[in-house]
Design a protein around this ligand. Structure first.
Ligand code: NAD
Ligand code: AHE
Ligand code: ZN
Length: 372
């Protein structure tokens, strides 16, 4: 079949809207009509050329929602007409990691996903001729009106939920709230610090308020982000340019009576990762890395920071098990327990998708959503 998609031909070039060829689902796969997709900073990161797994030409996008239109042989868990959210972190329920229940990092299809291909080693997308494949991205490619996914990489969700809002649960909402509740398991009354008040950080703040955090400190270079953060529960704001970039840790320790119980890095910068660790309370403070730093960069700190009890860990997709947890998060939204609408600051059609990247880089949006 043919489908309209935004193609990234090479790094650092605007996407172009193309009519591409898409092969139907093979065994164990499903064809999904994408109704809406968010644009996450990770899409911009890969487009920047700094992602070691970035492969061009490709169809980016990993934060979508849509409807199953066709299923391949042997598919049993979804059928045509089901509403689904694509999962870049699938849940096969059969690999060592899924069976362990100790992590959400299902390994069933991770290696082919990182190479831009389906589990059988080929791409379903091509442009101009079948010998010119266009690569998949994070196993999702939601910047295409139709896409093919393995059955284990879709979460079936309720049908009354609006696609142009719940698409954000496909990455940002789950990553932020999940990092608080599944990865860090933040306790009520904790002091929480969030570096980066964008599409992820604001969801960390929303999660921290949900679980009853006490002080919630936000850190961002862009003071325009503070207003929305306060609405979501931020109690204190630190602007590194105001306090001095080398005094951020001290400023946080002053606000939190000695340091954060939990900090979350939602920028993707190795310097803020270090600050996020070092602003943690001696003896127990835990710092969770969410931001994706350019490949080739490294984090550093004095080992003494760890010897004295601080803990450094990371979180992918908020530690959420996609097929199990994503439908629950959709329910929380529909029941009014979480706010998604306020964070979607811009909505545009596919042919304006480059505006979403511009707005993000200019610091003018929280989340842009593209509708088909
Ligand atoms: P965003 O662009 O919406 O937000 C980033 C925020 O960081 C902005 O408000 C910006 O002003 C702020 N910032 C930039 N430099 C800063 C600095 N030095 N100090 C303080 N604040 C600074 O991006 P997003 O969509 O929220 O994504 C944030 C990060 O999380 C990205 O690195 C993204 O790739 C990553 N991410 C990771 C996961 C995961 O599963 N681990 C999931 C989604 C996104
Ligand atoms: N290819 C990248 C990896 C980037 C990365 O860490 N991705 C996160 C999700 S970001 C969503 O916006 C993730 O899930 N990581 C776990 C995994 O298995 O990829 C790079 O930098 O090499
Ligand atoms: Zn993302």
């Amino acid at each position: 079949m043919k489908t309209r998609a935004a193609v990234a031909w090479e790094a650092n070039k605007p996407l172009t809207i193309e009519t591409v060829d898409l092969e139907g689902p093979k065994a164990g796969e499903v064809l999904v009509e994408i109704m809406a997709t968010g644009v996450c900073h990770t899409d911009a990161y890969t487009l920047s050329g700094l992602d070691s797994e970035g492969k061009f030409p490709c169809i980016l996008g990993h934060e979508g929602a849509g409807v199953v239109r066709e299923v391949g042989a042997g598919v049993t868990s979804v059928r045509p007409g089901d509403h689904v959210i694509p999962l870049y972190t699938p849940e096969c329920r059969n690999c060592k990691t899924c069976l362990s229940q100790r992590s959400n990092l299902c390994t069933a299809i991770r290696s082919t996903q990182g190479q831009g291909i389906m589990p059988d080693g080929t791409s379903r997308f091509s442009c101009e001729n079948p010998n010119k494949p266009v690569w998949h991205y994070m196993g999702c490619s939601t910047f295409s009106n139709f896409t093919v996914l393995p059955e284990i990489a879709v979460a079936k969700v309720r049908e009354d939920a609006p696609f142009d809002k719940i698409c954000y649960i496909g990455c940002g909402v789950t990553t932020g709230i999940g990092a608080v509740i599944y990865t860090a398991k933040v306790r009520p009354g904790s002091n929480v610090v969030v570096f980066g008040l964008g599409g992820i950080g604001l969801n960390v703040i929303q999660g921290a308020r949900m679980v009853g955090a006490d002080r919630i400190v936000g850190v961002d270079l862009n003071p325009a982000k503070a207003e929305m953060a306060r609405k979501f529960g931020m109690t204190h704001f630190v602007n590194p340019d105001e306090v001095g970039r080398d005094k951020v840790v001290q400023a946080i320790q002053d606000i939190t009576d000695g340091g954060a119980d939990y900090s979350f890095e939602c920028v993707g910068n190795v310097h803020t990762m270090r600050q996020a660790l070092e602003c943690c309370h001696r003896g127990w403070g835990e710092s969770i890395i969410i931001g994706v730093a350019p490949s080739g960069t490294e984090i550093s700190t004095r080992p003494f920071q760890l010897v004295t009890g601080r803990v450094w860990k990371g979180s992918a997709f908020g530690g959420a098990r996609g097929r199990t947890d994503v439908p629950k998060i959709v329910d929380w939204y529909m029941e009014g327990k979480i706010d998604i609408d306020s964070l979607i600051t811009h909505t545009m059609p596919l042919d304006r998708i480059n505006d979403a990247f511009d707005l993000m880089h200019e610091g003018k949006s929280i989340r842009s959503v593209v509708t088909f």
